[in-house]
Design a protein around this ligand. Structure first.
Ligand SMILES: Nc1ncnc2c1ncn2[C@@H]1O[C@H](COP(=O)(O)OP(=O)(O)OP(=O)(O)O)[C@@H](O)[C@H]1O
Ligand SMILES: [Mn+2]
Length: 545
């Protein structure tokens, strides 16, 4: 009898997990496949009813064809000849009160337990709110032209389980609460709004209630299915949420208060869940908006992983430790053994929940090797480490010879230097936008390992190329002022996370120190090479914001 019950429960979970996957897939199909009709389209909309959009196979081909058809937007001319853009940048410089800036480089759960040690901050009001109201954070992105959105949306189609055309969803639907609302858009779940908001210039927009809502859902929505994410070196899980959204879960592998030992190579350190969370906040504060939203969450390993996983191999790695805690180690190419097991207290474990990007069958991504990647070898050096003229070659090599790609990469090195991330071997872009788009900064788990050392080599792209986006430079200057001090803003931004404090105070202090180092390097470049060469003309566009 008990055995039969077990089979029944198991089957039910499998159906649920399958239904969740299918639903996610179908929603994207639905959005991607509707003939190109923009939200503003009028009554002449030739959209077929959703039922006609299936079966999947047929639609998959149609989708690919549509993606191919999307015409590449002609490169905007953001060069110095664009008078208005130049004027904007000049006036922006005046916005930053440089009197407040210090240019001197100086001599160059677990969370709950440590909450008491948080530094007392003696300022009133919200520095974060003030920052996001600053003119440097209000510069609009360019108007979106055809082909600038990742998905085209049928403006008339409301999101309902029935409209999905999937029997499984409709059956599973009783258990799920779907959004309702007056407009079609109101009926989309938050994760879907996030996906359809992605465009050539940004992963998400600035002043939007969407991201706080998405973060909230990532840490509160019921987890209905959990499986391992294949690929990569360390264990990570894909969790399906009650509203059919998905998250990439990285469990806590080491304490946020434990500094990476000086003798460790960057490639042998464990990833840090808190680094994933902090990286998202930092990226947003720098106004890059190139990291998918990440929230912390305390997971019940028994109920939210073991009991609901359809992954037998994963379930088999669960055990009870001598201290009576629940542990598991999963399957992966490194660190997936009893010696590296993840243990809860007794079955609660902290982790990071990253909002999932759209499925790659719907929005293909291109992976690029970083020209400044490390050798990933104990004694071998990469070319850029031996050749100080390395940037000259990079500048001549596509896609770095054109548009803002090199400047985008320099932005990324600034982000990585601030958090001490040496592990940026690749970056990704959405293929449909080809070479003229933002860079996705995925995989930030190796940041925030060391606070007592500043790894200057991460800044090699800035140092060797002596170029930076003007707007990045202006924002960095702003964040070096007392009023908008980076560490204060980061502390405040991360305080909203359920796992706060996310970063130990020495890591926050390191941010301010590293920021001064970056500014010092830029100033040296400006002194040596002049504004025109350093603050490259291609960054005067809004894409550079
Ligand atoms: N938020 C996300 N949504 C969807 N896919 C993601 C997301 N974040 C990362 N990925 C994909 O998952 C892959 C593995 O993720 P990640 O790089 O963080 O793991 P990893 O174990 O550190 O991998 P590696 O060992 O190769 O560095 C990435 O290459 C990326 O394509
Ligand atoms: Mn990694």
């Amino acid at each position: 009898m008990f055995h039969r019950l077990q089979i029944l429960v198991h089957r039910k979970f499998r159906i649920l997990a399958f239904a969740s996957f299918l639903l996610t897939f179908l929603i994207h199909m639905l959005l991607g496949l509707v003939p190109t009709v923009h939200r503003t389209s009028d009554d002449s909309c030739p959209c077929p009813p959703m039922a006609e959009l299936f079966p999947l196979g047929k639609n998959h081909h149609r989708l690919q064809a549509q993606h191919r058809k999307q015409t590449l937007r002609v490169l905007q001319d953001f060069s110095g000849s664009n008078g208005s853009a130049q004027k904007t940048s000049q006036s922006l410089e005046q916005i930053v009160d440089t009197r407040e800036t210090s240019w001197q480089v100086p001599g160059n759960s677990e969370a709950g337990r440590e909450r008491g040690t948080l530094k007392t901050v003696n300022y009133t009001g919200s520095k974060l709110t003030a920052l996001f109201k600053h003119p440097l954070y209000l510069i609009p992105t360019p108007p979106l032209a055809d082909g600038d959105r990742l998905f085209t949306v049928n403006s008339k189609e409301r999101f309902t389980l029935k409209s999905s055309g999937s029997e499984e969803w409709v059956q599973a639907g009783e258990k799920f609460i779907l959004p309702t609302g007056d407009t079609t858009y109101d009926t989309y779940p938050t994760w879907l709004k996030f996906h359809i908001g992605i465009n050539r210039y940004e992963l998400y927009s600035r002043q939007d209630s969407l991201i706080p809502q998405l973060l909230k859902e990532l840490c509160t929505q019921k987890i209905i299915a959990t499986v391992q994410k294949p690929g990569g070196t360390q264990l990570k899980l894909v969790m399906s949420l009650q509203n059919f959204g998905q998250a990439l879960f990285k469990p806590m592998k080491q304490s946020r208060y434990e500094e990476t030992p000086a003798d460790f190579f960057y490639f042998s350190d464990f990833e840090r869940h808190n680094a994933e969370i902090a990286a998202f906040h930092l990226d947003r504060i720098l106004d890059f908006r190139r990291i998918p939203p990440v929230a912390g969450r305390l997971i019940n390993m028994t109920k939210e992983i073991r009991d609901i996983t359809t992954d037998k191999k994963l379930a088999k790695t669960f055990y009870i430790s001598p201290a009576n805690n629940v542990c598991f180690y999963g399957e992966c190419s490194y660190y997936c053994s009893t010696e590296h097991a993840l243990c809860g207290q007794p079955d609660q474990i902290e982790g990071s929940m990253a909002a999932f990007l759209p499925d790659t069958t719907l929005a293909k991504r291109q992976s690029w090797r970083s020209p400044w990647r490390r050798s990933y070898h104990k004694s071998k050096k990469a070319e850029w480490e031996m050749n100080s003229d390395y940037c000259v070659h990079v500048k001549k090599t596509p896609p770095y010879d054109h548009g803002t790609r090199l400047l985008d990469l320099i932005d990324m090195s600034i982000l990585d230097f601030l958090m001490g991330n040496l592990d940026r071997h690749h970056y990704e872009t959405f293929e449909t936008f080809q070479n003229d788009t933002f860079l996705l900064h995925l995989d930030n788990g190796r940041g925030f390992g060391r606070h007592s050392q500043d790894e200057l080599s991460i800044l090699a792209p800035l140092h060797q190329c002596c170029r930076i986006k003007k707007l990045t430079y202006l924002r960095l200057q702003l964040l070096a002022t007392e009023t908008y001090r980076l560490s204060d803003i980061m502390r405040e931004s991360m305080a909203k996370d359920v796992l706060a404090p996310i970063l130990a105070e020495p890591h926050l202090a390191a941010l301010d120190r590293r920021l001064r180092i970056i500014l010092h390097i830029v100033q040296e470049c400006l002194r040596k090479e002049g504004d025109k060469n350093v603050l490259g003309s291609t960054d005067t566009n809004s894409q550079g914001t």
